[in-house]
Design a protein around this ligand. Sequence first.
Ligand SMILES: *Cc1c(COP(=O)(O)O)cnc(C)c1O
Length: 470
Amino acid sequence: MPQWQPRRAQITQRMLPPEFSVNPLFSRKGEEAVPRFRMREQGMLPETAYQIVHDEIALDGNARLNLATFVTTWMEPSADLLYAKSVEKNMIDKDEYPQTAAIEERCVRILADLWHSPSPQNTIGVSTTGSSEACMLGGLALKRRWQNARKRQGKPIDRPNIVFSSAVQVVWEKFANYWDVEPRYVNITPDHPYLDPEGVLAVVDENTIGVVPVLGVTYTGLYEPVAAIARALDEFQSRTDLDIPIHVDAASGGFIAPFLQPDLVWDFQLTRVKSINVSGHKYGLVYPGLGWVIWREAEDLPEDLIFRVSYLGGNMPTFALNFSRPGAQVLLQYYNFLRLGKDGYYEVQKASQTVAQFLSKAIHDMGPFELFTDGSDIPVLSWRLKEGYTSNWNLYDLSRQLRTFGWQVPAYPLPPDMEDVTIMRVVVRNGFSMDLAHLFLMNFKQAVSFLDSLDGPIPHDTKYDNGYHH
Ligand SMILES: *Cc1c(COP(=O)(O)O)cnc(C)c1O
């Protein structure tokens, strides 16, 4: 186990003086110095507090130049207006804000339909703060379903396990840890840089609560082969009688595949797929934090996990970790459904994919890099430095160099068994236009040519390499 260490931000905070001064233009008498780590006795004018926070966050990166995140950093002005007008809504107050609750319901129906649920009007689904909460709920449903089935058969329920690839998003490690489920990793390899069906068969057994393929692996953007995994589990069932469900983590792909790869079969068309999550705040094109989880049919969510909240004098079934949660993002999701329609979602995602493919070709053609993914699954491209190209610099140096232009592009090692490969990744989102892409490419070439001009290796503190969290 790694030893617990104070976070770097915490350490650097301690290097600062315990008080800071306030611009005399804003401060009143007595407000000239503000303690950094204690609450002040007296308050201050709203303008002064605003200015202090405003000035500090100027040190954050520019969200539009953040090519690391999958999460929406720009919405159009009408959406901003709707957001501003609905910030006060609490999603759990279904009785007080019945129309917001009704709109959440509608979004659930729309997603169930988009993903081919056999009964989109009757199945169950909920909005969440993001895919993380949605994955926890999906995983909990798998665990409870397995427990209930095992109890009926009089079998022990103390050793549940769950199967995913080593390239799974960290939330699944958390799920396994927090809910006492053994994680069984199928490691990625150069031949199978995704969850391999054969590898799945090698680790599943009677205690497997489910298998979780990812539609749009966070490291690379690849789709894991859901249909092939489902087929492997069908054959496994015919041999062993064990019926192992699939939850698809479609955090990013759930809003891409229906539009850009409509013929790809990955969703509820596969009967083994019992639940799917997506991040509304990724390619759903809504500001953070919004996620969704939808079950194939109402029966696929064990009844004993459902709570009822008061709703227009009646009862509304809910399944959530949070109680209070902002409701505005749900309204923004519905705004996008209305505003864009299927054609609009196609156009927006296609534009991102076009930018991703333009950039991947240009980066490939430069010479030093080998593409890992080119944006043909989700609009994400990733590449490595060609083996033996240089010993003077690496992708971490390139990442730091790009940062001097304001661009935030992470470099990181792949997970086991490919941890010796370092890659760099760009996530193309709505708002990263072809114009910005050209500007990025120019800076990218400048950064590489600067690094190429070095006479010797850049001094390294490898502690600061691979600091990116997925
Ligand atoms: C982003 C992501 C998550 C976590 O989702 P949040 O919406 O950030 O909570 C989980 N799984 C995958 C595959 C992701 O890409």
